[in-house]
Design a protein around this ligand. Structure first.
Ligand SMILES: NC(=O)c1ccc[n+]([C@@H]2O[C@H](COP(=O)([O-])OP(=O)(O)OC[C@H]3O[C@@H](n4cnc5c(N)ncnc54)[C@H](O)[C@@H]3O)[C@@H](O)[C@H]2O)c1
Length: 377
């Protein structure tokens, strides 16, 4: 098949060159160039100018002539001078609970989307995407255990979620309110993870669903990235996901019941963000995505589904603060998103509910990109 395609191309090329000169396309390279290996790639222009001028393939490159652009490929490269200052933990902005997204059926919907009678554990649920996904989970009828490094904030948000649920569902008795609890864990530490799962089981009696949202990013160019920071980043993003997934799977297998897990990856697991350099984060999120697929296969026989959500650029309290301080960075990011805008945490509410619920019961190992089309271009 491949051979005959090559033969067709060669025949086409020869017939093209046997046409009268006036009919031939003006920019066609010379005949002998068709016998170059098919995999050859035009080399980058360098000081060997003369050699390039004699090589019709190199002459045919679309590289801009030197000096005509500020920098060729300028919109598609990382820039090691881009420094994003992330606030330390004390100064991290808090996330608001969103208003008016729950309630008893403002509009009719499929019962399959309900999470009633389930207990869901969300890591990193005190803030950002984890908090808003937690709200969707509670609004869909599930009890909730928020697990976070920051237990105090998790506790306050847990109370806030119940208060919001009450507001959106007036007239409910206190025993009809969701049971929302807060727990401490450092997700990168196996002992801490085991202790948190034990504590959640003591409070709720069971765990049915898991969402792993604890994670963070930071920016260093690869050469100067401190090794201990890379290990911390991989520890939280990758080990943290793995430890909670295996801990909850073990519990589900012991109970011999089905379950659903959603791992929060990132579009960075599929593309390379520009201009900020962040190679270890990108690799961590690629690992999360493939961990979801691998565990989906390993646990398919136990009826435990494992899927991944890969968000694009989402406007959390933290990213809002960073971008308010770096408007140029915001413009660059937005210029690369086909829908022309960043996502909001609320854009994940439907995605996480769908993947946890029976509405997706034949879906496992999938990567659901919620990125405004970023990864399509
Ligand atoms: N915000 C975005 O644009 C975006 C885009 C793609 C993917 N993501 C991913 O989504 C997830 C949530 O991001 P976010 O923007 O909501 O971040 P965030 O900083 O707002 O919230 C992260 C939460 O995780 C907790 N956490 C951090 N380290 C922890 C640890 N070791 N143990 C337990 N909890 C810990 C934090 O206390 C915090 O509550 C992350 O995995 C992130 O990589 C975010």
């Amino acid at each position: 098949m491949f051979k005959s395609a090559v033969a067709r191309q060669a025949a086409k090329a020869v017939s093209q060159f046997s046409r009268p000169a006036a009919l031939a396309a003006p920019a066609r390279p010379a005949l002998n160039t068709f016998f170059r290996p098919l995999s050859s790639t035009a080399a980058r222009a360098n000081s060997e100018d003369d050699k390039i001028k004699k090589d019709p393939f190199l002459m045919a490159t679309t590289k801009a002539p030197e000096g005509t652009l500020e920098s060729e490929g300028q919109f598609a490269r990382t820039d090691e001078n881009v420094k994003i200052e992330y606030p330390d933990d004390e100064h991290m902005p808090r996330s608001p609970i969103v208003q008016g997204r729950g309630g008893m059926h403002f509009k009719r919907t499929l019962a399959q989307f309900s999470l009633e009678n389930k207990v869901t554990l969300v890591t990193g649920g005190a803030r950002g995407l984890g908090l808003v996904m937690s709200q969707a989970i509670v609004a869909s009828g599930s009890d909730l255990a928020i697990v976070d490094l920051n237990k105090e904030e998790a506790q306050e948000q847990a109370q806030g979620l119940v208060a919001q649920f009450k507001k959106e569902n007036p007239g409910l008795e206190s025993d009809q309110l969701p049971n929302v609890t807060a727990h401490y864990a450092d997700v990168s530490n196996p002992d801490s993870v085991t202790a948190a799962i034990t504590e959640v089981l003591a409070k709720h009696g069971k765990i049915d669903h898991l969402v792993t949202s604890a994670g963070f990013t930071e920016n260093f160019d690869a050469i100067s990235y401190p090794h201990d920071r890379i290990q911390k980043l991989w520890g939280v993003n990758v080990d943290g996901t793995y430890l909670f997934a295996t801990g909850v799977a073990k519990h589900l297998m012991e109970r011999n019941v089905s379950g659903s897990m959603v791992m929060i990856g990132s579009m960075s697991g599929a593309i390379v963000n520009v201009p900020q350099p962040q190679a270890p984060y990108n690799a961590a999120k690629a690992a999360v995505r493939h961990l979801a697929s691998s565990l989906a296969v390993e646990w398919a026989g136990y009826d435990i589904r494992v899927n991944c959500i890969s968000p694009g650029y989402m406007l959390t309290a933290l990213t809002r603060k960073i971008l308010d301080e770096n408007p140029e960075l915001r413009d660059k990011w937005i210029s690369l998103i086909p829908t022309g805008k960043m996502g909001t945490p609320e854009d994940l509410m439907g995605a996480v509910t769908f993947l946890l619920s029976d509405a997706s019961r034949y879906i496992t190992g999938a990567d659901l990109r919620v990125d405004g089309g970023y990864t399509l271009t």
